[in-house]
Every structure is written in structure tokens, then in C-alpha cells.
Design a protein around this ligand. Structure first.
Ligand code: PEP
Ligand code: MN
Length: 374
């Protein structure tokens, strides 16, 4: 991992982009027509956006949806580059895509979430890239698997590419959710911990799947020190051929970017650092107290486990569990916590209690079995 991290270049070292935060990549989900690409590029460029994205080949979940215009869209992007001076980027998912994109002067390639989940596809792209020096951005795989994401990055790095960025676009989920793809921020943070040199870009469009929460997610990415944002922008989002609900006009994008608050992450004064470390000390102390309390709670759980065993009572009792949840939801409301937080917290505590009690039952059963054997 150390070797992989050492191979990665920072955005500044990429030479083709500035290290201004955030690095913004914008453009439509899909290229639809020459006019749409040129007009989007002009409007974005007029607002200072320097990198144009557009999907030429679209990986769609089900057949029958619009699967991209294909190679005919590449000359449109090339023209947009020539007319605006923007850099252009598109998604590649096969050897053919790589060669076609290179032929038309695509400056940066990106690899989509369905491809990064597939080592065969990743290897095919990596092999096509051997000996070519082009920046590659790798989206997280659709499933929340950090190793798979790192593996995809490794394959591209092993092909000799050192300008690699990671794009966090959230993870697939089954059932109703606030997000189209749940962010699971911790996975992006863990990637950055493993590979501190990798530039990290957030894709709020595919996380949100809707316009109204794009700013919230973008702000959160900035607060977590992401280097950039990839946001879908279309001149007429409502009639976009793909991902219509999540796209915004170049003007709306400009507005969003102006609303972002960029809080400083480095260069704090000594006093600020001192104050921060005081707060952190307090947090550490509370964490320790929380652990002590939980450990005391688990001691009682053990006693209950032994009692249930002795009196032949089942570990899980639905009514008691319901009662705990209701009581704690009420207390939590009074303290200003959200239902989701309390739900998650107590489910985790309850699961640990069940594990402890299961172990106790098993232990005692083992002793009993031994006695029976004698
Ligand atoms: C896209 O960027 O339009 C796209 C298809 O994204 P993802 O691979 O994240 O689904
Ligand atoms: Mn899209």
C-alpha cells in the first residue's frame, strides 16, 4: 500500500489542473447533441468551470434506456474543448472506449461504478492504458467494498498511471432511501487514510439523485476536505435523456458553488490549534466515560444472561426490546437526538448484548455437556 501511495501524484503535480479547491468537473450526464454539448460547455466555461464531463457510453441498469450516443459524440466534445479551452473527460468501460477517447483528445478518463466493481473490466482498461500517460479518475464500486476500490486503483497504477483520482459517488442500496446512492462517507475517509496522496472528488449528483440536496452533500464533502466535485449540469435538465432529476443548469451550479463554505483545513494559528486540542481532549474524555458506562451495562447484561439460562428464559424478548426502544426514543427526543441516531445506537448495543448472552448460554452448555459425559 505504501508503494501504491508513493506512486500517486497530487492534483498540482498533474500539471493540467490548478490546485484551487474545489476542483470542479461539470457537464451533462450524457452527451445528447453537438448543440447541447457546445452550449453547456460555453455556459460552464463562462462561469469559470475548467473541466467538461459528458457520458458518451452510458452503463444503464436495464436495457432499453438511453445507452449513450457512442463515438459520434466525441467530435462534439473535441469541438467544445477547442472553442472554450476546457479540458474534457468521459467514462470508459472497455479497451475500445479507451482508444476512441484518446483518438479524440479526451484529457482525463473516468471509470464508472459498475466497472470498478468488476476486476475483469478494470484489467482490460489497465492493459489498454499501458504506456499511456493520461489522468484517470476511478469511481467507487457500486457495492461498499473498500478493497475492491483500492484494487481498481492498484490495477490502473500498475499500468504505469500516476495521475489517479478517486471519485466518491455513493453506494447502491435496496429499498427506499433519502439518497439514490448512500454516501457511507466513512469508506471515502478510509480510502484517504490508506492512500493519503490520492485526490478525492465527490460526485453529489449520483449520491443525491435529486437536486434539492446537492448543496448539502457538496458542503459535507468540502467539510471532509475533499479536493473536488463532479456535478452533472445540463442546459435543460428536465428534458435530459438520462438522470434528469439530478441535473442542474450551469447557472444553478454557479449558485451552488457560490454558496459553498470553504473552511480552512490547514494553516491554523497556534491559538486555534490549542483551542481545538482542548475540545478534542474533552471529546476523548467523554468517549472514555461512554466506554466505562457501556462496560458497566454489559456487566449487567452478563448477569441477566446467567439468570435467563438458570430460569430457562429466551435471550430475545420482543416486548422488552420494544419497550427499550420506545423509552430511549422518548429520552432522545428530549435531548435533541434524531430517531435514526437512537435507532442505530441502540440496535448496536442490543446486538452486542445478544452476542454476550449467546456466548454465556453456549459456555454453560459446554460445561453441562461435559458433566453429562462424565
Ligand atoms: C455517470 O457519471 O453519469 C455515471 C454513470 O456514474 P456512476 O458510474 O457513478 O453510476
Ligand atoms: Mn449520470
Amino acid at each position: 500500500m505504501k508503494d501504491l501511495n508513493a506512486k500517486l501524484l497530487s492534483l498540482k503535480e498533474w500539471k493540467i489542473v490548478s490546485d484551487e479547491r474545489p476542483l470542479v468537473i461539470a457537464g451533462p450526464c450524457s452527451a445528447e447533441s453537438e448543440l447541447q454539448i457546445l452550449e453547456t460547455a460555453k455556459q460552464l466555461s463562462a462561469n469559470g468551470i475548467k473541466i467538461l464531463r459528458a457520458g458518451i457510453w452510458k452503463p444503464r441498469t436495464r436495457p432499453g434506456s438511453f445507452e449513450g450516443v457512442g463515438s459520434v459524440g466525441l467530435p462534439w466534445m473535441k469541438k467544445a474543448k477547442e472553442e472554450t479551452g476546457m479540458l474534457i473527460t468521459t467514462e470508459v468501460a472497455s479497451e475500445k472506449h479507451v482508444y476512441e477517447a484518446l483518438k479524440f483528445g479526451v484529457d482525463i478518463l473516468w471509470i464508472g461504478a459498475r466497472s470498478s466493481a468488476n476486476p475483469f473490466v478494470m484489467q482490460e482498461i489497465a492493459d489498454a492504458l499501458k504506456g499511456i500517460d493520461i489522468p484517470v479518475m476511478i469511481k467507487n464500486p457500486v457495492n461498499p467494498d473498500l478493497d475492491l476500490w483500492v484494487g481498481a486503483i492498484e490495477r490502473i497504477a500498475e499500468a504505469g498511471i500516476s495521475r489517479i483520482a478517486a471519485i466518491h459517488r455513493g453506494f447502491s442500496t435496496y429499498g427506499k432511501s433519502h439518497y439514490r446512492n448512500i454516501p457511507q462517507w466513512q469508506i471515502a475517509i478510509d480510502l484517504k487514510t490508506k492512500l493519503p496522496n490520492i485526490p478525492l472528488i465527490n460526485d453529489p449528483s449520483h449520491i443525491c439523485g435529486r437536486r434539492d440536496i446537492l448543496l448539502d452533500v457538496s458542503q459535507k464533502a468540502m467539510d471532509l476536505n475533499f479536493d473536488g466535485l463532479m456535478i452533472e449540469s445540463h442546459i435543460n435538465p428536465d428534458v435530459a435523456w438520462s438522470d434528469a432529476k439530478q441535473q442542474i443548469t450551469p447557472a444553478q451550479l454557479d449558485d451552488l458553488l457560490k454558496k459553498l463554505e470553504l473552511r480552512d483545513t490547514k494553516n491554523h494559528s497556534l491559538e486555534e490549534q490549542e483551542q481545538l486540542s482542548k475540545y478534542r481532549h474533552q471529546i476523548d474524555r467523554y468517549d472514555e466515560i461512554l466506554m466505562d458506562i457501556l462496560s458497566d451495562r454489559m456487566k449487567v447484561v452478563k448477569q441477566i444472561g446467567a439468570f435467563k439460562k438458570a430460569n430457562n428464559i429466551t435471550i430475545l424478548q420482543e416486548t422488552r426490546w420494544k419497550e427499550i426502544m420506545e423509552k430511549n426514543q422518548k429520552i432522545a427526543h428530549e435531548r435533541g437526538f434524531t430517531d435514526t441516531f437512537v435507532d442505530r445506537l441502540f440496535k448496536a448495543i442490543h446486538q452486542e448484548s445478544i452476542n454476550i448472552q449467546t456466548a454465556i448460554m453456549k459456555e454453560e452448555k459446554e460445561v453441562e455437556d461435559l458433566i453429562k459425559k462424565r
